[in-house]
Design a protein around this ligand. Sequence first.
Ligand code: ADP
Length: 441
Amino acid sequence: MIEPIIKMKNMSVIYNKGKENEFRASDGLNLEIYPGEYIIFFGPSGCGKSTALYTILGVLTPTEGEILVKGENPYEYTPQELVHYQTSVIGIMYQAFYLIPSLTIADNVTLPLIFQGIHPNIRKKRAQELLDRFGVGSHGHKLPEALSGGQTQRVSVARAFVNDPEILLADEPVGNLDSISAGQVMDTLDEINRRDKKTIILVTHDAKYLPYAHRVIYIKDGRVVRIVPNPEKKQIARVDQQKTLVTEMEQLAKVHPYLSPSELKVKSIINFLTQGQTLEQLQRLEECAKLMIDGMMQREQFYQILIDDLEKGGIGLPPTVAEDMTDKICRVLDQSKDVRRYRRRLERNNFFDTDRALINKLAKDLVDECDCKLEPKIRTRLKDNIYNRVSGLSRPEDFYLRLVKSVEDDGLGFTKELAEKMATYFEKLLIQGLEAEDKGH
Ligand code: ADP
């Protein structure tokens, strides 16, 4: 069992304690954050997200309770220990970049190393490596004023990373950027989390970034109101999936994590209208689907209930519709087993140990389902796309985009319609392929 890297125990921060304007900005926080997690503190402006973040940085003493990082209380460190903690254990980046205008980009990045007496050549090398990695390698000799906001923020990532800290804190890091630059910075942080396995704690009030996190901590009036695990990501912390599914909206959001609330509403109503079934029929259908998903019902029983009359406890569908539905559900459930097998292998083995046979089978299933013929080169690209998605290296939209991209551009050159069909079907397999975590295995 892995230990949390950060623990907050009943932690409160009270500004101006004892004065007339006393304010409880963190109110009894109990949190456990695990190594390698990407956590987002989410909530409206003023709810206490940054306050919680700065207690982790070691600059804001909790008024009540305590915070432990790697089992130690940073507020008990000697000044030297605290410097080490704030440079080598924690890295931080802010919405405002705080680069020193008179220093070159490379010197800004390596400033912390100067204080540690590290040789200039080594500093230079380290700066160049990091700037290259974050896509700003040709700007090292320039002054900060010569760079765009997005480039500057990637320099800030490099600076936060120069001592290779285990935990990266980010306070609204893309709040001032246009959406393209923001996306690039968010992808950079995502890569640091996935590739370097660094713990990231990011503060934002913008819901569009939530899909990056393993878990989102919703904060209101200084308190944690709920913690929502992202079903698209393999969880590091132990989470109780059931607790997160409260309303139909949340259920839909789990299935379609990239849709906005209004799109989910449409989805819900369209599902309802196009299927032409009453709510009662849909509810029974769901119950049966659940039994099928849990492996508690056989194909024949499922079909029988679909065609049985409502009075008999059935769903009363015409046989042709029932047959089509039975085929579909059996196909998805059967094929999704391959996804689950594949994910289990990933967990046990080296992450890059690819099981070609399973990927080939998934590719064949997708091609059959969408009734398309692919030449060998395109088929190879499809497998690569499947591998990335099933391993969690890419997101649903990446999968779709590769399908519609032109063949010259390393894509598969699909029509939008075909890409949509394949991507949608594959996401269904992925969802069904998720482990049933709450079954005690
Ligand atoms: P968020 O990051 O969610 O916007 P903050 O943690 O910055 O929220 O602030 C939470 C609340 O605490 C706000 O109402 C803010 O005005 C108040 N606050 C923040 N810092 C101080 C401070 N140094 N002194 C007094 N009140 C503060």
